[in-house]
Write a protein that binds this ligand. Structure first.
Ligand SMILES: CC(C)(COP(=O)(O)OP(=O)(O)OC[C@H]1O[C@@H](n2cnc3c(N)ncnc32)[C@H](O)[C@@H]1OP(=O)(O)O)[C@@H](O)C(=O)NCCC(=O)NCCS
Length: 155
């Protein structure tokens, strides 16, 4: 299920963050601020475990203007459609004119993911991450998405 983030999810989110962005993880206060700023578009993907407990497997944060601030999935749950399901939430926001994000030049997995989701590379921001460039990527509803992936169901 996909639902808004609550402060009870903080520990789970911090774990996903540290595993996903070891070079520059956001800290606890950053997530608290992001929740205050974007209560409707800081979303978590959860699944019920066998013992009935809910587990947070991934999250997305995007601004109403369409900036994807962060998106990450627990490493052992990648390639199961969770990232796609989270990104679809942003893509399906009414009145959204475009989505954009920055991706590390070395992050080939995320680049493959975004291209698969129909994003295009628009440019490059030199040294965006201090010592590494960012690719600027963008998606518009009018872009043709490969294999009609936009409307595949949630995982
Ligand atoms: C990028 C990320 C969010 C993708 O999440 P995910 O749940 O694994 O993605 P999905 O399973 O929905 O992938 C959808 C499609 O994208 C493509 N894709 C995803 N990850 C890929 C990879 N590492 N290499 C190549 N293609 C990839 C595939 O075509 C995939 O479909 P398939 O598995 O049927 O072939 C995840 O890899 C992650 O958390 N990475 C670390 C954090 C990060 O880099 N975030 C993005 C920068 S903000």
């Amino acid at each position: 299920m996909i639902r808004p983030f609550t402060l009870e999810d903080l520990d789970a989110i911090l774990k996903i963050e540290q595993l996903s962005f070891p070079k520059s993880p956001y800290d606890r206060m950053t997530f608290v601020h992001l929740q205050v700023l974007y209560p409707q578009s800081f979303l978590v993907y959860t699944e019920k475990r066998a013992d009935g407990e809910e587990e947070v497997l991934g999250y997305i944060i995007f601004s109403p203007e369409g900036h994807i601030i962060s998106l990450a999935v627990l490493p052992e749950h990648r390639r199961k459609g969770i990232g796609r399901a989270l990104l679809h939430q942003a893509m399906e926001t009414p009145q959204l004119r475009l989505l954009h994000a920055e991706v590390r030049r070395s992050n080939l997995g995320a680049q493959a993911f975004y291209l698969r989701m129909g994003f295009r590379i628009m440019g490059m921001a030199p040294n965006y991450y201090g010592n590494e460039d960012a690719l600027i990527i963008q998606w518009k509803p009018s872009f043709v998405t490969p294999s009609s992936e936009r409307h595949s169901g949630h995982h």
